[in-house]
Design a protein around this ligand. Structure first.
Ligand code: ADP
Length: 513
């Protein structure tokens, strides 16, 4: 029986051994693949299938080899006893391999799902990374833009000549630009306007109240003309514009003000108005003066003729002398008016200032008397001769000295000096007296034509306005300082180098440096 079944026996034994060897080789290969790529579920599946096959191969081949050995030893009864166990192990191994295969689909689906999710997560991560890098760039670009904009607006705030002010709704100052600090006298380091109320800078509390009402009602105020005070008793006119800042709901509401100093403009307007007034009075005066000048000349001529035929000390002689005196004084006024209207042409003379002043002083000493007045002169010898209209300049000195004499009254000091002016290229002539001085309210009016505080018959109010016109025509300036009870100082500034510009018809326009 052994001989007849030998080929089968050999085949079974060899097949069983080869089955074990091949199944273990497969298991080893699957294990190697699983170790190389542990995340790959296919290798895991293959490993488990190979493991099942290996177990199956061992169980089946071991069973067959054992069976052949027991048959050879003629112990079939033992084989019959353990045969069901071998079959059971084989069945279990089949069930195991089948289960692994059946569950593989489900595991594969989960694996695919996880792989897809991982892939999506990777994509999202890459996108996020890309966005993050871009966002960084975007944020840094925005930050740069913001910094440059902040710098730009800060510069506007700092260099603005207008005052820029940020306040709380109740007017408490939060921030004030350097122009404001300078005007209101805040030293950047030591003092700050913060926590002061803007209301404190208003000369009239009604102005502030009105601005607050407008901001409350409309949210803004535009070009409100107000008077602001600063320093010790100083005031300026200013245009105030402001608007409520409601842009930041997370912050306390503020009001942004822009304040423009219009004091200079107001002064310029006043000067223009004054110049207009002078020009129109000048035209009117010139017309009247021309009309009156001729009849006055005739009256004076005939009066002098009549005087010549009368013997002195007669009543008629005295009457004629009175007429002559008053006609002369009328002629002086008319000449003043003509001068004021600038109808007479100025000359170009080489004038030594100290000499001209001394001439005027001597003339006044002889004709009006300066006996009780101490006259002091201090001339700077370095002042060169100037190109001036001598007659007119002497008329200015005459007006100033006569006014000083009148202000001093019986006793006092008159001081006249010449010196180079602090401003380069000018000479300054001062005429100071220790007279009664000029009241503050009159200071701005003394150069107005016909303004006089002297009694009727003593003053015409033309002396200073004529003097002002003459000095301005020479390209100079005339200033006044006065204190009531202490005295007055007039300062004349004349250009050291002056020339006379002429129009084509040869008429003098103005003196300029
Ligand atoms: P008038 O001398 O005819 O009054 P002015 O134009 O010369 O005209 O002067 C105008 C006014 O200026 C004077 O009436 C006087 O009130 C004032 N004034 C001018 N000079 C002096 C001075 N030195 N001291 C005080 N007041 C002066």
């Amino acid at each position: 029986m052994i001989v007849t079944s030998l080929p089968i026996w050999i085949t079974d034994m060899a097949g069983s051994i080869l089955m074990i060897v091949f199944s273990f080789l497969c298991l080893n290969l699957a294990r190697a693949l699983k170790i190389r790529d542990p995340g790959n579920v296919i290798w895991t599946y293959l490993f488990w299938v190979c493991l099942g096959l290996a177990c199956f191969a061992v169980s089946r081949s071991a069973g067959h080899i054992l069976k052949q050995i027991l048959v050879l030893l003629d112990r079939q009864s033992v084989w019959s006893a353990i045969r069901p166990y071998s079959g059971a192990v084989n069945s279990l191994m089949f069930v195991f391999v089948a289960s692994v295969t059946l569950f593989f689909e489900r595991t594969w689906k989960i694996y695919r799902q996880i792989s897809n999710d991982k892939q999506e997560l990777q994509t999202v991560r890459d996108e996020l990374l890309f966005l993050n890098q871009n966002l960084e760039g975007l944020v840094s670009e925005r930050t740069r833009e913001l910094a440059s904009s902040e710098h730009k607006y800060r510069r506007i705030f700092e260099v603005s000549r207008d005052i820029i002010l940020v306040t709380r709704l109740d007017g408490e100052i939060i921030n004030m630009n350097p122009a404001g600090c300078k005007l209101f006298g805040y030293n950047d380091q030591l003092e700050s306007p913060e926590r002061t109320s803007f209301a404190n800078f208003f000369s009239e509390s009604a102005d502030w109240q009105e601005i607050q009402d407008l901001i409350e009602c409309h949210g803004f105020v535009s070009n409100a003309e107000v008077s602001l005070k600063y320093g010790e008793d100083k005031k300026i006119r200013a245009l105030v514009s402001g608007s409520r800042d409601e842009s930041r709901s997370d912050r306390e509401e503020t009001v942004h003000f822009l304040i423009r100093d219009i004091e200079q403009r107001r002064l310029a307007e006043e000067q223009i108005a004054q110049a207009d007034k002078l020009a129109s009075i000048g035209q009117l005066s010139a017309g009247i003066a021309h009309e009156i000048n001729n009849p006055l000349g005739i009256i004076l001529g005939y009066t002098q003729l009549l005087i010549r035929n009368e013997s002195p000390e007669t009543e008629k002689f005295n009457d004629l002398k009175t007429i002559e005196k008053h006609v002369r004084s009328c002629k002086t006024i008319v000449e003043d008016l003509l001068n004021f209207a600038r109808s007479s042409k100025p000359n170009e003379d080489v004038v030594r200032l100290d000499q001209a002043i001394d001439d005027v002083l001597n003339f006044i000493r002889q004709h009006a008397g300066l006996d009780d007045i101490s006259v002091q002169t201090d001339y700077d010898p370095s002042i060169p001769n100037l190109m001036l209209d001598e007659k007119k300049i002497k008329q200015v000195f005459m007006n100033l000295i006569m006014n000083a004499k009148h202000a001093i009254g019986s006793q006092g000091t008159l001081r006249i000096t010449t010196a180079p002016a602090p401003s380069d290229g000018d000479v300054a002539i001062t005429v100071s007296d220790t007279g009664h001085g000029i009241e503050k309210k009159n200071l701005a009016r003394i150069f107005d034509p016909f303004f006089t505080t002297k009694p009727t018959g003593e003053g015409t109010g033309l002396g200073l306005s004529v003097s002002y016109g003459i000095i301005k025509n020479h390209g100079g300036d005339i200033l006044v300082e006065s204190e009531v009870g202490k005295g007055t100082t007039f300062t004349i500034l004349l250009p050291l180098v002056s020339s006379i510009s002429r129009t084509t018809d040869g008429k003098v326009n103005s003196y300029r440096r």
